[in-house]
Write a new protein. Sequence first.
Length: 148
Amino acid sequence: MGLSLSGVTLNAGAGGADVAVINDSVSGNDYQIVVSGFASSYLAWGGTTNAVLTNSIVFPKASAGLFCGGVFYNPNSSIVYVQVLNLATGGTLGTTVPIHVIALAPNEIWNEPLRNLFASSGIAVAATTTPTGSGAPSTGISGEVFYL
């Protein structure tokens, strides 16, 4: 296939994970692969120290990392979207392009499967009424975001 891998190094990740950084010598791209460890989480559930998710961006991880998935509950009677953004701070919903969008059906719990999406700046999330917009859902959604 003409693909050559070299330069495998391990970096201690959050939650005790080892992250292998593999360089593709043909394209020059670096890839990160979680070798072992546990994800950290950001809990946004009523009654916790963090408010439910709305169209206000929250920053579970303010440095580079992996979005690993999550569990979300949409109490609304219409679809709500969780936008995952590559941000450590700032950002504007409707302008900042998400790296991943999760559509939550009305009145449903959704378990987002393992993703391991790399975010070079940080991991931020928000809940909106459209996939890339900024409108607030009628009621904030509950959830837990997993990351390394």
